[in-house]
Design a protein around this ligand. Structure first.
Ligand code: F6R
Length: 611
């Protein structure tokens, strides 16, 4: 997704802007640009297609310096990736803007502006905003007022930052539907769409809320809310260190993040369980009351986070005996939900800024749910701030676009939710102890599973020339198969599909031949024998079977069947996390063998802040 960085200081801020853009690269982008007001207030803009390094080379070739500026990485929505569509966009009299989001009424505004003489040099919705601000500025008033008038006319989502030759001592910001944060420094201030961009400069942040407009100078920050009333927003101190986003000894962030999972899951459980008990502090005292009243659970999320929710559905119904449904946020937000009495609304999100998930939460607030719980990895995110109850997943920054440690920590956090709900619905202390003990064992079992890496790397070679793959599982392993298939397709670009194994004979079996690898996840659960029969259906059609199986499954490698033995005694609540690990490693090694950009797969973005 697009990224914004801005700075106002007494020093040359170009290195700050470029470093900020580099730190946002993981979000996914196709072009980058910078606009700087030099010491005498004249605007200079540099834009390039491709990596931030290409922008840096262009800046080196055309020296650009100044104490105030804005910068952007663009992920194309309106208009192809090209220099003319890259941000910043400029209107007359040296007014420059960077924008994340989508303006839905841009066509009407563009027609009006064209009629009044503005010419457009790009296909973007953003250029419309630049001209609109200029149009208001011409009528008199300050840059802040002109931005305020403009955002009142916009429909859609935006985070924007504006500088102007006419008022060169400030950056104006606005937020509606896309995150933007102000970083506070000493006699200098910064702005960004993500705190990761600013961590080398400051750890002190102010988050704008929906509808806010802000004026940032070197020494002050002034924020007004949607109605134009001055407001104070809370100051947050981030605990993240500037090197949290460093890949260290690993070839890719994704590989580092796969190997961080024992620690990440342990951190997610830490101080939330002790002596076989779930502590009240895990979800907070308000949650205990909510859980006692909860008669149903409704989970909403997107992508990988949706798969975590799908796992939780099985666990909540089986272990807490509470009805649970799970749904994709982009579908939920456009229907009229009928909410059963006392239903807890749960959102799951790594970033906490996914536009569809946030919109779903906002809809849920009007729909009569009992309460809202966010399971999220980013403490400062919109989702966390807008939810009544919160469980942070503590995975640490996840930079690889393909989610790994965020997913397994979500399942660990959902495991805690299962215990909390089971407890409030009659589970005995002994049952609580068993579940908590199984969760606490997870980091050790993940560690053992990671030791399968050389075998999986070898296995990955068989996929290099493949075009399709099928993933199978039953029960909680069905969403794990879905996650395995998503991982493979997003980073290796091999088409992959996941099926509940019992569905095989209702259609997908027709695809199976000796060129179609079929990957199955087979822990020792009640459904193992059923799964084995389904796998025989594949074998009988000459399919190439790869099974990650429990040592006591009785499955053995034979002609056309490769069985990879997983750690023993993996229990029902542990299996979703443990059986995810080999699928992550498989997709990683297939992707590296195929030479794709593992951390930044084509067309994808880390944080999907637009609809
Ligand atoms: C896939 C992946 C995405 C995200 C999805 C939701 O590896 O990362 O499918 O899971 O875009 O993002 P969050 O969890 O930030 O809401």
């Amino acid at each position: 997704m697009c990224g914004i960085v801005g700075a106002i200081a007494q020093r040359d801020i170009v290195p700050v802007l470029v470093e900020g853009l580099r730190r946002l690269e993981y979000r996914g982008y196709d072009s980058a640009g910078i606009a700087v007001l030099n010491g005498s207030g004249a605007l200079k803009r540099v834009r390039t297609v491709g990596k931030v390094q290409i922008l840096q080379d262009a800046i080196d070739g055309s020296p650009t310096h100044g104490p105030i500026g804005i910068a952007h990485t663009r992920w194309a929505t309106h208009g192809v990736p090209s220099e003319r569509n890259a941000h910043p966009h400029i209107s007359d009299d040296g007014l420059a803007i960077v924008h994340n989001g989508i303006i839905e009424n841009h066509e009407a505004l563009r027609a009006e502006l064209s009629a009044s003489g503005y010419t457009f040099t790009s296909d973007t919705d953003t250029e419309v905003i630049a001209h609109r601000i200029h149009h208001h500025l011409k009528k008199g008033g300050t840059l802040l007022e002109a931005v305020g008038h403009t955002v009142a006319e916009l429909e859609g989502a935006y985070a924007l930052a504006v500088v102007s030759e006419s008022d060169p001592e400030r950056i104006i910001l606005a937020r509606e539907g896309c995150p933007v944060v102000i970083g506070l420094g000493k006699n200098e201030n910064f702005v960004a769409s993500d705190i990761a961009a600013l961590l080398p400069q400051t750890r002190t942040f102010v988050f704008l809320e929906e509808g806010d407009v802000a004026e940032v100078t070197r020494t002050s920050v002034r924020i007004t809310d949607r109605s134009g009333k001055p407001v104070e927003r809370k100051i947050h101190e981030s605990e993240l260190s500037a090197d949290a986003a460093d890949k260290g000894q690993y070839a890719h962030f994704m590989l580092k993040e796969i190997h961080e999972q024992p620690r990440a899951v342990a951190d997610t459980l830490q101080e939330r369980v002790a002596n076989g008990r779930l502590l009240e502090a895990a979800f907070g005292p308000a949650a205990t009351e909510v859980f006692a009243k909860t008669e149903a659970v409704h989970i909403i999320a997107c992508g990988t986070s949706y798969h975590a929710g799908f796992v939780a559905r099985y666990l909540i119904e089986q272990l807490a005996n509470i009805p649970c449904s799970v749904e994709i946020a982009s579908e939920f937000r456009y229907r009229s939900p009928v909410v059963p009495r006392n239903t807890l609304f749960v959102t799951i999100s790594q970033s906490g800024e996914t536009a569809d998930t946030l919109a779903a939460l906002r809809l849920a607030k009007q729909a009569g749910y009992l309460s809202s719980l966010a399971i999220c990895n980013v403490p400062e995110s919109s989702l966390v701030r807008e939810s009544e109850l919160v469980m942070l997943t503590r995975a640490g920054p996840e930079i690889g676009v393909a989610s790994t440690k965020a997913f397994t920590t979500q399942i660990a956090a959902l495991g805690l939710l299962v215990v909390a709900l089971a407890k409030s619905h009659g589970a005995t202390p002994e049952q609580e102890r068993t579940l908590v003990t199984r969760l606490v064992e997870l980091p050790g079992i993940i560690e053992k599973t990671l030791a399968l890496d050389p075998i999986i790397q070898d296995l990955a070679k068989r996929f290099v020339e493949k075009h399709h793959a099928l993933f199978l599982g039953r029960g909680t392993m069905y969403p794990i198969a879905m996650e395995g298939s998503l991982k493979l397709k997003e980073i290796s670009y091999i088409h992959a599909e996941a099926y509940a194994a019992g569905e095989l004979k209702h259609g997908p079996l027709a695809l199976v031949d000796d060129d179609m690898p079929v990957i199955a996840v087979a822990p020792n659960t009640d459904l193992l024998e059923k799964l084995k029969s389904n796998l025989m259906e594949v074998k009988a059609r000459g399919g190439e079977l790869i099974v990650f199986a429990d040592p006591e499954s009785g499955m053995k490698s034979s002609d056309g069947v490769t069985v990879i033995t997983m750690p023993k005694h993996v229990s029902y609540i542990q299996a979703p996390v443990v059986y995810t690990i080999p699928l992550q490693m498989l997709s990683y090694h297939v992707a590296t063998a195929r030479g794709t950009d593992v951390d930044k797969p084509r067309n994808l973005a880390k944080s999907v802040t637009v609809e």
